[in-house]
Unconditional design. Structure first.
Length: 313
């Protein structure tokens, strides 16, 4: 009996997560299954294309048994690559927390120009990523009765009359109460126009290495009585020590380095930092003190201090 010819078969998925077979510039979807074989039809069969083939029942590495026969349209050499790339983007959207732009850039980095030109627009790819990611989150409620847990947990008013709105859920607070480490961070960039700062508390959830925000605090004013952001977030550290005296406080090196550079800017030394390699190294060495044993930091700092120019004292 004659052997069926060998073909390079690529398997991917349809929009509805069904198997799709790619072969020689044509794409096929399942027409009918039998216990020992699968019948495939051209994905644009609705345009009277008679392209068909038959494979073994394995949808991971199928072997062609019959066909393929003639199609009524030309093959598209990039079509299966486009399907593969968009499916990889969808999977990455579900598996990571990367922003859409980063997912798209990483997915296209190794692709040839002909394939890139065949892809949808950047805006369309962004929507594909967002739709895929939204599938793992609860659907938008249709009525107020479906809103679930209360999210606006309460409002605080400072002695100066400024408000702080707290957003969290009972479940989030339970995660925080079980956490051995809690991370805190603030931003002034992504805030509704009525507020000045968004402050968040994060922790890792049970049996997961992922760190997620658990509490959001919208702060109306960056006023010293309500919050004091100086140096290495001293106001936050002091407040935490006052409320949780037995808590071990650990700083973030990234924010420490930013704090040191803020002092450079405050003293109008950023130009000197940018063009003077020796001065730039000394400033970075200040941040690097964080990697020394605590008992050595002061002695090394005293050795560094005389090396700075008078303008930086």
């Amino acid at each position: 009996m004659a052997q069926a010819p060998e073909f390079m078969v690529t398997m991917t998925k349809t929009i509805r997560d069904k198997p799709k077979l790619c072969l020689n510039g044509y794409a096929y979807i399942i027409e009918k299954r039998k216990p020992d074989k699968i019948y495939w039809k051209c994905e644009i069969h609705y345009m009277s294309c008679g392209g068909r083939l038959t494979t073994t029942h394995d949808v991971i590495q199928p072997q062609i048994l019959i066909g393929p026969n003639e199609h009524s349209h030309n093959p598209d050499a990039t079509h299966c690559d486009v399907i593969r790339i968009t499916n990889n983007m969808k999977k990455r959207a579900l598996d990571t927390y990367e922003p859409p732009g980063q997912i798209i850039h990483a997915s296209l980095a190794a692709e040839i120009m002909e394939v890139k030109l065949a892809l949808p627009t950047a805006n369309a790819l962004t929507q594909i990523v967002k739709r895929s990611r939204s599938s793992k989150y609860p659907k938008e409620p249709d009525s107020l009765n479906q809103l679930g847990d209360r999210f606006l947990y309460g409002a605080l008013t400072t002695a100066c009359g400024f408000k702080c709105l707290l957003f969290t859920t009972l479940g989030n607070l339970q995660h925080l109460s079980r956490a051995t480490s809690i991370l805190a961070d603030g931003t002034f960039k992504v805030v509704p126009h009525l507020f000045t700062q968004l402050y968040t508390l994060h922790c890792s959830i049970t049996n997961s290495s992922k760190v997620l925000p658990m509490v959001y605090c919208l702060m109306e004013k960056k006023y010293k009585p309500s919050y004091k952001l100086v140096d290495f977030e001293i106001g936050t550290i002091n407040a935490a020590r006052e409320v949780f005296p037995n808590t071990a406080m650990h700083g973030c090196f990234f924010h420490l380095a930013k704090s040191v550079y803020r002092h450079v800017q405050h003293e109008h030394l950023q130009q000197k930092y940018a063009v003077n390699a020796e001065f730039s190294l000394l400033v970075r060495q200040l941040s690097a003190l964080a990697f020394l044993p605590v008992h050595e930091i002061n002695a090394v700092y005293q050795r560094l201090k005389p090396l700075f120019p008078p303008v930086a004292e």
